[in-house]
Ligand binder design. Structure first.
Ligand SMILES: NC(=O)c1ccc[n+]([C@@H]2O[C@H](COP(=O)([O-])OP(=O)(O)OC[C@H]3O[C@@H](n4cnc5c(N)ncnc54)[C@H](OP(=O)(O)O)[C@@H]3O)[C@@H](O)[C@H]2O)c1
Length: 290
């Protein structure tokens, strides 16, 4: 039996990588992009360029869309509900869990099997063992598409029927990325103010991130169990340490806003009577209205 035919809509860096991986995996692959000439390199690899969205959708049993944002998804698929009926639609565009659920409702109303996919990888990793993609939404559609999705390589996890679940993982993880990056950039500014080169500092920063990584499982256990033992380190000592870093930064005229935000959260927790508990208590405090 031949491999499932795939349509890829959207040929930004990720869409190109997805289409390339499906082609390498032996799938007959049809592509469409608003700016048609972006399909050029893929045609060289065997892709078929469709002249319209509807023609592209008609060519594939599985339709993958990956464009800038959900507004772009809507503008592309607005009039395509009929052509998509009975097909599997996998939306790999980054959005929010709310947007994913709304899209799933639209799909259900048009008899489309909907899966939301999130790509946790840069374009060159797609189709390699380093790739990481997570999915949620229709389980039967995922099981049908699973062998084709294997062409995208690496980790391919199905997270459940709630279409917003993959996006929820994605946003929380990207938030972790940016707040960690913010911490690193602040550390480089502070180190630089003390004449420590960024290159020299980065080796030690990586070791510190390793310590953070080691702590994550323990912190998750506190949060899951709703129990925050502060016997090794507590919020009082965290606040004292943060104040030291904030004052030193500000003496160097470095913006300490990121750490000030964390400091005020920790102070709020102390004011609520949690000072002897571990810093993991802050997840609970973050969920409380200020
Ligand atoms: N790049 C990454 O490293 C990466 C990693 C993970 C996830 N993602 C996510 O994957 C999605 C695609 O990312 P990307 O980097 O491949 O491309 P992108 O630069 O985010 O988006 C470009 C694509 O969106 C299309 N597009 C934009 N507005 C449109 C509209 N109004 N109507 C139709 N098409 C429209 C573009 O078409 P034209 O070519 O005609 O402009 C192009 O195909 C995004 O949601 C992104 O967040 C990206």
């Amino acid at each position: 039996m031949g491999k499932t035919s795939i349509t890829v809509i959207g040929l930004g860096p990720i869409g190109q990588a997805l289409a390339g991986a499906f082609l390498k995996g032996g799938h007959s692959t049809t592509v469409w992009n608003r700016t048609a000439d972006k399909a050029g390199p893929l045609i060289g690899q065997g892709a078929v360029r469709a002249d319209s969205v509807t023609e592209a959708i008609q060519a594939g049993s599985i339709v993958v869309i990956c464009v800038l944002n959900y507004d772009a998804v809507r503008s592309v698929l607005e009039f395509a509900g009929e052509a998509l009926a009975g097909k599997i639609l996998i939306n790999m565009t980054t959005g929010s869990p709310f947007q994913a659920r709304e899209m799933a409702e639209w799909a259900a109303g048009n008899n489309i099997d909907y899966i939301d996919g999130v790509i946790m990888t840069l374009p060159p990793a797609v189709g390699t063992p380093e790739s990481a993609i997570m999915y949620s939404g229709s389980e039967s559609a995922y099981r049908t598409a699973q062998s084709s999705l294997a062409s995208l390589g690496g980790l391919s996890d199905y997270l459940g029927e709630d279409p917003g679940r993959a996006s929820a993982f994605d946003l929380a993880l990207i938030g972790l990325f940016w707040s960690s990056m913010g911490g690193y950039l602040h550390a480089l500014a502070l180190a630089g103010a003390e004449q420590i080169g960024a290159g020299q500092f980065s080796k030690y920063a990586q070791k510190m991130i390793g310590t953070l990584s080691d702590l994550m499982t323990e912190v998750a256990k506190h949060v899951d169990e709703g129990h925050y033992p502060g016997d090794l380190s507590n919020l009082h000592s965290a606040v004292a340490g943060l104040e030291n870093i904030i004052h030193t930064s500000e003496r160097h005229q470095i913006d300490a806003g990121l750490l000030r935000a964390f400091h005020s959260l920790a102070k709020r927790a102390i004011d609520m009577g949690y000072g002897d508990e571990a810093v993991s208590r802050l997840t609970h405090v973050l969920r409380m209205p200020n």
